[in-house]
Structure formats: C-alpha cells, structure tokens
Design a binder for this molecule. Structure first.
Ligand SMILES: NC(=O)c1ccc[n+]([C@@H]2O[C@H](COP(=O)([O-])OP(=O)(O)OC[C@H]3O[C@@H](n4cnc5c(N)ncnc54)[C@H](OP(=O)(O)O)[C@@H]3O)[C@@H](O)[C@H]2O)c1
Length: 198
C-alpha cells in the first residue's frame, strides 16, 4: 500500500515507519521540519495542499499531535483550544479532507492515548483531546464504509519513560514495537471504529 504517515520523525512515528516499511509498504513521510513532505497539519489549507502533493494513497496514518500539560486551575481557555487544534481537530480534518481523496477501501489510523480513560494530574487538556478523537473515530466509522478508521490509544511508551515516566507512577508502560504493531493491525486488518488500547 501507499501510506501517508504524519509525524514520521517522532518517537512513535519512527517506530511506525519501521513496522510499516518492514511489511513492504511505500511510505510518504510528513512533518513540519522533517520528512518527504513538510506540512503543518493543524492548518486545514496546508492539509489540503498535502493531499494534492501526495496524490492517491491507500492509508493515512497519524503519529503526531501536541497538547499542553498544566494543573486544571492554571489552564486558560486558550490551552484547551491549543489541545483541541493540536491533537483533535488536526487529526479530524485529516480524515474529513481525506475521505474523497484516499482509495475506495482505504483507511485512517489516528493516535490518542491512555489519558482518555486513565486521568493524571495536569492532563485535562490531553484527556479532552484524546476523548474527542476516540468519539470521532467511532462516529465516523459508521459513515465512511467501505473506508475504515481506527485509533491507537497507548499508555506511556517504555522508550519515553525517562521523559514522561514521573507522570505515570505505577502504570505499566508499553513498548513502541507493540504500539507499531497496532498500526499494522489497523492498516492491514478489516476492523473499523476500533480504539486499540495498549
Ligand atoms: N510519548 C508517549 O509516551 C506517548 C504515549 C501515548 C500517546 N502518545 C501520543 O503519540 C503522539 C506522538 O508522540 P511522540 O512522543 O512520538 O511525539 P514526538 O516525538 O514529539 O513526535 C511528534 C511528531 O509529529 C510531528 N508533528 C508534530 N506536530 C505536527 C504538526 N502540527 N504538523 C505536522 N507534523 C507534526 C513532529 O515533527 P515536526 O516537529 O517536524 O513537525 C514529529 O515527527 C502524540 O499525539 C502523543 O500524545 C505519546
């Protein structure tokens, strides 16, 4: 398959790229500062240009997204908007604009995270954004068949423990190789409307 991978140079994206390449897929990598195509997918106009440049693809895979972390009492409305734009609307618009452009039986795989179901202090914006994406995935799935859509919802990566481990005390991490396998399952499998919790 020809696959568009957003966030390909990141921690997760690198692992997803490796797993999909090993399966023999052709991958077009996307990021703001690295990758085959340089686009900021929080800007709908840039996402439209990205699809024009990429041409027809069989799968769109997202491993990007950013959200602010702060105590709820320090959050401003702008912080929630930043989370919504940075993780939810960016990915939702990738799907909205992609539907008429990807192949007839193509698929979308989005990234969410454990905070949609297991809250941590300072994580309200992340929880909100992840929950929004997961609800969107379930809702969009019933409208877009035979195209498919799933989300991958991992806990903290083993490889990110040094950076984020203190935020997840006592919570078991997940290896990036297992997270990447969930992307392969979503891209090559037949399921839709699923949230793969890892
Ligand atoms: N790290 C964890 O333990 C963990 C656990 C669960 C879920 N997640 C989720 O997994 C996703 C990736 O996390 P990560 O740790 O791999 O992050 P990361 O290392 O910072 O990688 C993010 C990637 O996305 C790209 N990117 C970011 N914003 C973009 C934009 N607006 N337009 C286009 N590309 C963009 C970045 O490249 P450029 O900067 O060049 O654009 C980079 O390639 C995030 O949504 C995160 O919430 C992470």
């Amino acid at each position: 398959m020809k696959i568009l991978l957003i966030g390909a140079t990141g921690t997760l994206g690198t692992a997803v790229h490796k797993a999909l390449a090993e399966r023999g897929h052709e991958i077009l990598t996307v990021g703001r500062s690295g990758g085959d195509l340089r686009y900021d997918f929080t800007d709908p106009a840039r996402t439209a240009e990205l699809y024009e440049r990429a041409g027809r693809v069989d799968a769109v895979v997202s491993a990007a997204g950013s959200v602010p972390y702060k105590p709820v009492t320090e959050m401003a409305p702008e912080d929630y908007l930043a989370a919504f734009h940075g993780k939810a609307l960016s990915q939702i618009d990738l799907v909205r604009q992609g539907i008429p452009r990807i192949s007839e039986r193509g698929s979308f795989t989005l990234i969410t995270g454990v905070l949609a179901r297991e809250p941590i202090p300072t994580g309200t914006a992340a929880s909100m954004a992840n929950g929004a994406v997961e609800a969107f995935v379930r809702a969009a799935a019933i409208e877009i068949a035979p195209q498919r859509i799933n989300a991958v919802s991992p806990t903290v990566f083993t490889e990110s423990l040094a950076k984020y481990g203190d935020f997840f005390p006592g919570m078991p991490p997940v290896d990036l190789a297992d997270v990447a396998r969930a992307y392969v399952r979503s891209v090559e499998g037949a399921q839709t409307g699923q949230v793969y919790a890892l």
